[in-house]
Design a protein around this ligand. Structure first.
Ligand SMILES: [Zn+2]
Length: 326
């Protein structure tokens, strides 16, 4: 755990939720009912990913693959009690060691949703903006999630010309290697990781189609599953996904999957884990008690710390502002 004030206070809250029986009650609900916990990671350390896996195994959850989920949706297999689906977004280079080695050790399935442009180029677009350690990095990145995709590309290109970053994403060789495991399903996550509703139609089609074709050529397998970058989509995105031949897609709405959710299989919810947080917090997250608690606390204090919900109005260094204005 990173020892920040945020993580320490969240750890205390999580321990209180565990002590008060919230986690136990949620766990029993999943183990006795028709619910699937659908979880997503990004770039966890091996230690934190394995700790989550061990907790799920210890508490008798049943690991299912994304293909199993499709079979359940098609009525080809029964809805499991206490099902859990592990997914990972972006395609970080460290996933080979920190995720794939762990799932191989415990023989459990995982789906990894990969953006193809970072694989070809090495880094994710937001890293070019975050190269300089500054409290404005997050705000700058959130700002670019709100503008048109063309504006985002123009700003990111300006930063790219100024800086070279070391590789963050998996290489094509790594993807090919991990895809050989029957426990790993590779899925789509667009080409350049844009906010899809900010794209025009041609950009949207290209993002979904190009990435699918590239991944299929790299691993010689069909790419049928998808995760929306940042969890953002509209009815238009669902239609284009269907046109491109995808069969199932995940959002970032923090909820378990019920029979009802499965009917909208291009809008499947997922609960996000937080890297650097305490195991206690991530346990609360996994069983779905964390997000409702935080929502209630925020409502109680009329308090919203979400950067994404704030009006973008921030100070940046002169040089940064010049770039953002272009
Ligand atoms: Zn992503």
């Amino acid at each position: 755990m990173d020892l920040s004030f945020r993580n320490l206070s969240s750890w205390l809250l999580a321990e209180a939720l565990i002590a008060l029986g919230y986690v136990r009650r949620a766990r029993l609900k999943y183990l006795n009912g028709d619910y699937i916990l659908s979880l997503y990671f990004h770039n966890p350390s091996k230690k934190e990913f394995e700790a989550c896996v061990k907790w799920l195994i210890k508490h008798k959850f049943t690991f299912i693959s994304v293909k199993d989920l499709e079979s359940i949706n098609n009525g080809e297999r029964p809805f499991p009690k206490g099902g859990v689906l592990l997914t990972v977004d972006d395609g970080w280079a460290s996933n080979e060691t920190n995720i794939v080695e762990v799932i191989a050790k415990y023989e459990i399935p995982v789906a990894i949703f990969i953006s193809t442009h970072p694989v070809e180029e090495g880094s994710y677009w937001w890293s070019y903006l975050g190269f300089r350690k500054s409290k404005n990095n997050d705000k700058r990145i959130e700002f670019l999630k709100k503008v048109s995709n063309s504006e985002r590309l123009a700003v990111v290109d300006t930063f790219k010309k100024q800086f070279t970053l070391s590789r963050e994403a998996m290489t094509i060789e790594q993807i090919h290697k991990i895809s050989k495991s029957f426990l790993v399903t590779i899925g789509g996550h667009t080409h350049s990781h844009p906010i899809l509703p900010n794209c025009d139609y041609l950009q949207l089609y290209d993002e979904l189609n190009t990435s699918k074709q590239k991944l299929e050529s790299w691993i010689n397998k069909e790419i049928a599953f998808f995760a929306y970058p940042n969890g953002d989509y509209t009815i238009r995105e669902i239609q284009v996904l269907k046109d491109c031949g995808y069969r199932l897609a995940f959002s970032n709405v923090p909820h378990y999957i019920s029979r009802q959710h499965l009917q909208n299989h291009f809008e499947l919810p997922r609960i996000g884990l937080l890297e650097g947080a305490s195991l206690a917090e991530n346990i609360c997250r996994m069983v779905g008690v964390w997000h409702p608690t935080i929502k209630n606390i925020k409502a109680m204090f009329n308090w919203d710390t979400s950067i994404a919900d704030k009006t973008v109005n921030y100070k940046v260094k002169k040089a940064d502002l010049a770039v953002v204005k272009k």
